[in-house]
Design a protein around this ligand. Sequence first.
Ligand code: CTP
Length: 477
Amino acid sequence: MQEYYKESLQDPIFNIIGLAAKELSLDCYVIGGFVRDFFLKRSTAKDIDIVAIGSGIALAKKVAEMLPNQPKVSVFKNFGTAMLKHNGIELEFVGARKESYNRDSRKPIIENGTLKDDQKRRDFTINALALSLNETDFGKLLDPFDGIKDLDNKLIKTPLEPGITYSDDPLRMMRAIRFATQLNFEIQTNSLLAITDNKERMAIVSKERIIDELHKIIGSAKPSMGFQLLHETGLLHLILPELTALEGIEEIEGQKHKDNFWHTLEVVDNIALHTDDIWLRWAALLHDIGKAPTKRFDKKIGWTFHAHEFVGSKMVYKLFKRLRMPLNEHMKFVQKMVLMSSRPVVLSQNNVTDSAVRRLVFDAGDYVDDLMTLCEADITTKNPKKQKKYKNNFKIVRQKIIEVEERDHVRNFQPPITGEEIMKTFNLKPSKEIGILKDAIKEAILEGEIPNEYDPALIFMMKKGKKMGLTVSNQIT
Ligand code: CTP
């Protein structure tokens, strides 16, 4: 049966590409993510892949010539590919190839091939679907590896024997897990086994590409699905050993601690329901990593993870560095979240005082809402009574934050009295007394002794200065 899907090719660009191919007397097809997403009714990809039976570079140049604005064509000669941008969409052109790969790098050795040769060398059957752009059969589906069936069965399957597909390009192991997570598909059993067998080959994949896939897994609706698969295949241990180190429950003298690995995955799924911020999700993933190196058993108090937040925040830096993630404000944000991850918990367990809330807002600054979101996601108890109690406590903390904020403005705290004014008042040169006074004013505000306002702060400073033996300058009195 021949099936046509012209309705997916309504954008005039597809006709232009077909005409350009006709002028060059070659056939061409749209392939990959665009076709897959059309059948999945997902919002269409930002890039469109075109395969030419002949030179993809020549086709790209011809298309550019025919477009009114004649866009620039970027040519990647080594890969035999070319790209141009049209209406904000990246059009990628490649010549159909029979590929075999160099074992030590991801660079393919390229030979010209038929459409089927090209489809066979792609990662998954669902990504090997092609639609014709040729005049004679415009819109015809070419699906020699039953990709449509796998879409229906929600299955990630390789066109070739999986060992070959993954060995050709080991990044595909991450892609398999990423697609399974994003699309809620299953990975075919022999494919999963092949990933386990080939996991060490991830070593030749650049960290940046690995992180791109990890970001997409973390950005999915249920990230734990991807992390479970990464764990099951052994990839997680190679990429994020800090996480797998959290797995397991130990028991000494009848006392157990929770399995912090599976707990962490629950926290990530929880937070995914409340935020799309990828860095806050990273913070959830890493919030407990300090627990593995700090775990101790104390005969009196049982299991402890003393200072795990501090140790964890230091580990964040090393982890980001190792994975070539940006060491910028995103990393600092994750560090801060990890460092402060227990603060609201401690608050919610006791009677919440205004001064404790003020300190929390002062320390967390603009991140206080994110911190609360993280801590709420951290509630994974299966005891409904406790679950309700903790959630309710956090509600109270959130309400207090609003009240304290309205009254005291300690978020991104600006001292009501500047160092310069302190120097002038007491006729001081730069010295440690200024720091002491500034700190005392800040502490008095946080403790609620004085409001965060100029006049009360001035009176407080005068008194404190006198106590310190400082004299008020003549010009002031
Ligand atoms: N592809 C492949 N092996 C890879 C990467 C890509 O075979 N390691 C092929 C697949 O056919 C894929 C197409 O190239 O569909 C385009 O790749 P890419 O743009 O990375 O992914 P998409 O499938 O478009 O999906 P997404 O946009 O979600 O990344």
